[in-house]
Ligand binder design. Structure first.
Ligand SMILES: Nc1ncnc2c1ncn2[C@@H]1O[C@H](COP(=O)(O)OP(=O)(O)OP(=O)(O)O)[C@@H](O)[C@H]1O
Length: 289
């Protein structure tokens, strides 16, 4: 799958501002970013649900629509698309009837981890079970690529864990998986590769460990009423947050930040190491300077 120079705007909103991304067969890739980063817009372009204003999207050497028509790509969406009054197995049978070469229903249920609830009415299934059912539906065409847009939104911890266990097990057999999430933990736990997006652009791309290393740094807090904010426009300053009188500065060089602050009569300095969530916020924060 290859995106080259992809851009997409809605009126004045530049949702995607030039994304270049190549994903190889068998990779499990998390598309990670805060609300409004452009994840869904990009995924829609990969699924042929929209056309880029500029750039190109290629899926297995085809246009997205051609790839979907050949059953090479399937999507698991966040909600909708399920009939509440039929059973889990009937739902998959119905989906299978749409494809000339569908996978056996029993196999698909097994792989999605819902064989034990095959006879249950869809309406009685939990959110996690319904997402695994959507996953089963996506598996019926045996697609080479599965795309999931924030598939665990609203799920409890156990539901989320079971859902990802099913996806991961299936991906280990060589299927390519691309999923959007705003949970760093989820991306770190289940993806081989994390592509971090902010404001419609890729800001980091690597393994969970690489992303964490790139984001690692310290937070300097201080009260600094006399500080000219321009002094913090430095390559080693990732973001600056204002909390009343206090400044929260995410940085890769806390010593240098401390020197700047103290030279401007800042006080109550406090320096702490960033947790993973803080690191993510620092990397994706809009409050860049
Ligand atoms: N159909 C549309 N019309 C107008 N603006 C849109 C449309 N779709 C998306 N946008 C805007 O484009 C930007 C990117 O949205 P997008 O849904 O791609 O982000 P996201 O990363 O998926 O966010 P979230 O995590 O909230 O789903 C946002 O500012 C959004 O308001």
């Amino acid at each position: 799958m290859r995106l080259a120079g992809v851009q997409r705007s809605f009126g004045d909103v530049h949702a995607v501002r030039g994304i270049d991304l190549t994903i190889g067969q068998g990779e499990v890739v998390a598309f990670l970013g805060p609300n409004g980063a452009g994840k869904t817009t990009t995924i829609d372009l990969i699924l042929g649900l929209g056309e880029p204003d500029a750039g190109s999207v290629e899926v297995f050497g085809l246009t997205p629509r051609a790839a979907i028509a050949r059953g090479l790509v399937a999507a698991v969406m966040q909600s909708g698309g399920l009939l509440k009054d039929i059973t889990v197995a009937e739902t998959v049978e119905l989906t299978a009837s749409l494809f000339a070469h569908a996978q056996p229903v029993g196999d698909v249920l097994q792989r999605a981890g819902i064989a034990d609830i095959a006879g249950a009415k869809v309406g009685t299934c939990s959110g996690g079970q319904q997402q695994r059912l959507r996953f089963a539906m996506a598996l019926t065409s045996d697609p080479a690529l599965i795309v999931l847009d924030e598939p665990t939104t609203g799920m409890d911890v156990a539901g989320r864990r079971d859902f990802w266990a099913a996806i991961r097990q299936d991906a280990d057999r060589g299927r390519t998986v691309l999923f959007a999430t705003h949970y760093l933990e989820e991306a770190d736990a289940y993806a081989d590769r994390i592509v971090l997006v902010r404001d419609g652009q890729i800001v980091a791309d690597g393994t969970g460990a690489q992303i964490k290393a790139q984001a690692s740094g310290r937070v300097v807090r201080a009260t600094a009423p006399d500080l000219d904010p321009h002094l913090l426009h430095q390559p080693f300053v990732q973001s600056v947050e204002h909390r009343g009188e206090q400044l929260l500065i995410h940085t890769t060089d806390s010593d240098e930040v401390a020197r700047i602050l103290l030279s401007r009569n800042a006080y109550d300095l406090e320096i702490t190491a960033q947790g993973l969530e803080d690191a993510f916020v620092a990397l994706t924060s809009k409050e860049q300077n």
